[in-house]
Design a protein. Sequence first.
Lengths: 193, 193
Amino acid sequence: MKKPSPTKDKVIQAAVNLFFQKGYHATSVRDIAKEAEINISLISYYFEGKQGLFEAIVIDHLETKLNLLQDCHGESFHTTIKKILYYKMDNYQLACFVHREMMIDSTFLREVLVTYIAKEDYLWASILFQVEDVSDLSYEQEMKLIQLKGMLQAPFTTPWNQRDERRTKDAKRYFVETYTAHINRCYGADSHQ
Amino acid sequence: MKKPSPTKDKVIQAAVNLFFQKGYHATSVRDIAKEAEINISLISYYFEGKQGLFEAIVIDHLETKLNLLQDCHGESFHTTIKKILYYKMDNYQLACFVHREMMIDSTFLREVLVTYIAKEDYLWASILFQVEDVSDLSYEQEMKLIQLKGMLQAPFTTPWNQRDERRTKDAKRYFVETYTAHINRCYGADSHQ
């Protein structure tokens, strides 16, 4: 996804939409080509097929989240949570399907875990507990980190809780503010602020 | 799944195992029959195929969780959380794959939502906020309920956080106790105890 092109973008949009609705396995390259209104051969040309397209989308999403988290260095815990939630709300379908697909064990997932997810855990550990290394976390802190991730995932892993109203800009802001407030209360004592 | 039979149990165990590892769509009836070491025709006979088997497993899991929650009536929030976590840890693969598959929209999922999930939300609302009707929840309370569900999901939706050591009985107890303590701290002021 280095060189942006209108065709590539159309393919990515179509794939995100279908992976979200039907799941990765139930979506065919043909479905994606049809939805994107492009010739099926272009998916091979740009992404080397469905798996390549999937990996490109997942890596781009994880990289963006990681950069966002890195850019929050020095910000408060509260602000960091809000920025992550805004990004995920703005990319709702993407956030939902990546969470889901990352629950199935695969070689690709393992590669992603040791790079992106490990770095993400490291950044959260440093934000929450001022710890330099995830392996320095106490068992209690490790549990708190899993729970924080659960809270940040929940709006995207329990889609039935989502109301359409939240899609408007004001509703989105109200959602993020309210949602962040309680997380902040749970973790306030742990994080610097 | 009303009449228990060794063959049915073998099929269910095999299906849970494969749905967990590979996902519903990537698992064939043939895979399940092979794993269960039974004749493929028995899956049609007992469950009317893969979808029927899947639905029977999901409904049984959701019913068990719901009964567990109902049986906790009068117990403290702390005890309720622990019982739910023990059940999910004892049925780890099942809990993981049901969370994942319930993220894909389908007619079956919608039916399940209006029955089991709505009832589950109602019970949590009553435990947490002493509210009789989920529609009486304030927006803040609704957000807290989503977050609680996220915390209860996280060990089963982020499998990479699971360590093998937690599978032993003592490790499981230590995990549940520690995991519950922080949830209790976040929600302590809201629930009766």
